[in-house]
Write a protein that binds this ligand. Structure first.
Ligand code: XIL
Length: 362
């Protein structure tokens, strides 16, 4: 079977395809580099891959001191029926983290996508508050003591929706109005007094007008929550990057934005980093170089901001990336957005992440 022959091949060669030393060889794993700087490196893990694929699991244990479930703590998976929760996959991941000395992030309690299949038919203005509170109490309560930080609310800003404060028109917004955000954080704090409570969003990476407007709206939201004494501890920036927009990335603009978040007293997480490579040539070396260059430029700037405590990529190996279909290459060549290649070998992007963390001033 694929996995067996693969294991055998890897064991036999010991070295990744592109000449970069493989696991356990001459270079320190990213988790060690991160730990040396008092921070975390992690990635989003797929289920049931982590349980069923030995090499995949081993790479997570080797490279990461933090893990975030890619899908299994989303409402759709964890809360499949109004009265039923499915904690089995999340429990496996939590046990994996404990076994390998990794922190676990929770993603995510409130999001407008991947909501429960039953939600639309059940939720009304009258019961929405109770549904939201029950969901949060059950899920965050179940994982109390096991989660370093929760993405309590994900992607609540979309200035294009034209709502005051730049809020997105989500199902929760439509049922509960803007207060749903504060309410969710308070409900999370009520059941978990220890996890850092994080607001997470995307589209905050570039120096253009659209980004600036979203950054402003995010800052306004965070500031408002703190003024209202909402229990908010951190901010997550997804950082799904695209080489096609490389020119629009300006280190000073990112430092300024993250510096403003830090000035609010919040910890910052780079939560979902990956780099879309469609704008680069098919040639693997050139492509890996271009992707790595963006990783390093982005992270060097972000890590200048002391409040940044963790870097997580959205996946670890190019073999499994949510971008495969969304950002397929015209030639059909597989995309290469992550630190490890399809054979789990360390890529230039892996080195770039390591260098950016190493280069961080104490
Ligand atoms: C993605 C997952 O990677 C996919 O497997 C799933 O089909 C859709 O969601 N922003 C987020 C993540 O906060 O939860 C998303 O994850 C990617 C974008």
């Amino acid at each position: 079977m694929e996995r067996r022959s693969f294991l055998a091949a890897l064991a036999a060669s010991g070295v990744a395809t592109n000449g970069v030393p493989a696991r356990g060889e001459t270079e320190r794993a990213l988790r060690e580099v991160a730990a040396g700087k008092g921070m975390w490196f992690g990635a989003a893990a797929g289920w049931p891959l982590l349980r069923d694929n030995e090499i995949y699991a081993r790479q997570f244990a080797t490279e990461c001191n933090m893990l975030v479930p890619e899908n299994v703590l989303k409402m759709q998976v964890v809360h499949p029926e109004p009265e039923r929760y499915n904690f089995e996959p999340g429990d496996f991941l939590a046990a994996f983290c404990q076994k390998h000395g990794m922190k676990m992030r929770g993603h995510t309690l409130v999001w407008h996508q991947q909501m429960a299949p039953w939600f639309q038919g059940v939720a009304t203005r009258e019961n929405a508050r109770r549904l939201l509170e029950e969901h949060i109490r059950a899920v965050a309560g179940h994982y109390r003591g096991k989660i370093e930080s929760w993405d309590v609310v994900n992607e609540a800003i979309d200035v294009k929706d034209g709502i005051a404060g730049g809020l997105r028109k989500t199902p929760w917004f439509e049922l509960l109005g803007p207060e749903y955000i504060d309410f969710a954080f308070r409900a999370a704090r009520a059941v978990d007094g220890e996890a850092r409570l994080v607001y997470n969003d995307y589209g905050l990476d570039y120096a253009d007008e659209g980004t600036a407007a979203k950054q402003e709206a995010v800052l306004r939201l965070l500031r408002g929550m703190l003024e209202r004494k909402v229990p908010l501890d951190g901010f997550g920036t997804q950082a799904h990057l695209n080489v096609a927009s490389r020119e629009k990335f300006k280190p000073e603009a990112l430092r300024k934005f993250l510096g403003e978040v830090a000035a609010l007293g919040l910890k910052i997480y780079v939560t979902e980093l990956d780099v879309i490579d469609q704008a680069l040539p098919d040639d693997v070396e050139a492509r890996d170089r271009g992707v790595a260059e963006f990783y390093e430029a982005y992270l060097s700037a972000a890590l200048d901001v002391k409040a940044v405590v963790a870097v997580l990529t959205w996946g670890l190996t190019d073999r499994y990336t949510w971008l495969a279909r969304r950002h397929a290459r015209a030639s059909g060549a597989p995309i290469r957005p992550l630190p490890l290649d399809r054979e789990y070998g360390r890529k230039p992007a892996w080195r770039a992440i390591g260098r950016a963390m190493e280069g961080r001033r104490g």
